[in-house]
Write a protein that binds this ligand. Structure first.
Ligand SMILES: [Cu+2]
Length: 152
């Protein structure tokens, strides 16, 4: 009986280890959205995602717009092109930066003007890691006008 009791704590530790391995977490950092003029049809949001184990960003949701999409961007024949992605790979331990001119989040049909100093609530859904909700501050920033690059 004494031997059996001694085994129980070991079994618990083993179970916890396994849970830690099968449930990756994703760190959501440095989120921000670019301020846009009133009536802008879209807005760009940027964030750095770091997964503890291989995972994927599979969806982004926001209350602040009709919907949010994951986009890629590249230059083809001098023209900036964007493509909607179904998901975005998050390799273990690698900081995946969504930034102007590269992969980014696009919010479609914002419900209110994306004014400098405001916030955009964003909910990130991953293939394995738990859902995460954050508030991304809206900042005025120079550079490319997102709606222009979309040809809208
Ligand atoms: Cu886009």
């Amino acid at each position: 009986m004494k031997a059996l009791l001694a085994l129980i704590p070991l079994a618990l530790v083993a179970a916890c280890d396994r849970a830690a391995q099968t449930a990756p977490t994703v760190t959501v950092a440095d989120a921000w959205c670019r301020a846009a003029p009133a009536g802008a049809p879209t807005g760009g949001c940027y964030v750095t995602l770091t997964a503890s184990a291989d995972d994927k960003l599979i969806a982004v949701e926001t209350m602040a717009a009709e919907r949010a999409e994951i986009h890629s961007m590249d230059m083809t024949d001098g023209v900036m092109r964007m493509r909607k992605l179904d998901d975005l790979a998050l390799p273990a331990g690698k900081a995946v930066m969504l930034s102007p001119g590269a992969e980014h989040l696009m919010i479609i049909a914002p419900k209110a003007t994306l004014a400098d100093g405001g916030v955009v609530p964003l909910t990130f859904k991953f293939a394995k890691a738990p859902v995460q909700s954050i508030e991304a501050p809206i900042r005025a920033a120079g550079g490319m006008d997102h709606s222009m690059a979309h040809g809208q």
